[in-house]
Design a protein around this ligand. Structure first.
Ligand SMILES: Nc1ncnc2c1ncn2[C@@H]1O[C@H](COP(=O)(O)OP(=O)(O)O)[C@@H](O)[C@H]1O
Ligand SMILES: [Mg+2]
Length: 239
């Protein structure tokens, strides 16, 4: 395997609210390589979203090092970080985060507006992304005119339209019924098969089971990594 897409080294993060300090991440070290589909599991409050915000460069760590495709995030200014989020990372959230006044097509085209892609290419690429997620017939609808599962498909199309190297999803099925959840997870599997690296956060084991690699965070620490577990087994059987 070549360079990791993301490489976290001893990441710490503390929130201060008034006089109260809460350490959400306590020394997270993690590599995720191109082509992986990793699920980060853990109970509510264990630090999953905090970790996701740091991976997505939406928030800064207090301690440790974060390398994205080999580049130390420390060396990037706000502009570089905005560019990185726009071009290299696709985001999917539990609450979809679609703009209610825009059609699905306009929502999906939005990342390309920020990237200054011309209007004609924006439309054709957004339509294509909507085709991939099976939403082309709905593309002129507003978010409140479609189901939760369809909203999340549109959000995934928006996340993929810039062809990011990394797709990160924080509890993407948290607001969906079980059938829509299954559809969304199958869509993630298809995107992963066609080469997208995915890091998904969930507190549900059946959702995590769609991923190839499973990690567990408890109280701000990584306590389980199925990759390490497997290599340990192989060493034993080889010995
Ligand atoms: N912006 C914030 N300010 C203060 N505390 C926070 C903030 N965000 C998260 N926390 C706290 O940090 C801990 C981890 O939260 P979070 O990363 O959201 O966990 P999870 O996503 O696993 O539920 C929790 O105790 C939470 O209350
Ligand atoms: Mg969370």
């Amino acid at each position: 395997m070549d360079k990791p897409v993301i490489s976290l080294r001893n990441i710490w993060k503390t929130y201060s609210t008034g006089s109260i300090e809460l350490t959400a991440l306590k020394g997270i070290t993690l590599d995720v390589y191109a082509g992986e589909f990793a699920a980060i599991m853990g109970p509510s409050g264990s630090g999953k979203s905090t970790l996701m915000h740091i991976i997505g460069c939406l928030d800064q760590k207090d301690e440790g090092e974060y390398f994205f495709k080999g580049n130390n995030i420390r060396d990037l200014n706000q502009n570089d970080l905005a560019l990185l989020r726009n071009q290299e990372i696709g985001f999917v959230f539990q609450s979809f985060n679609l703009l209610p006044k825009l059609t699905l097509l306009e929502n999906v085209a939005l990342p390309m507006v920020y990237a200054a892609v011309n209007r004609k290419d924006r439309t054709s690429r957004a339509v294509h992304a909507l085709q991939i997620v099976g939403l082309e017939p709905w593309m002129q609808h507003k978010p409140n005119e479609v189901s939760g599962g369809q909203k999340q498909r549109a959000a995934i199309a928006r996340a993929m339209v810039m062809q990011p190297v990394l797709l990160i999803a924080d509890e993407p099925t948290g607001n969906l019924d079980s059938r829509s959840s299954r559809d969304i997870m199958q869509l993630f599997q298809e995107l992963n098969r066609s080469g997208t690296t995915i890091v998904l956060i969930t507190h549900e084991a059946d959702i995590a089971s769609y991923a190839k690699r499973k990690l567990q965070v408890v109280d701000g620490q990584l306590v389980f990594d199925s990759t390490l577990h497997k290599s340990g087994d192989q060493e034993q059987s080889a010995g």
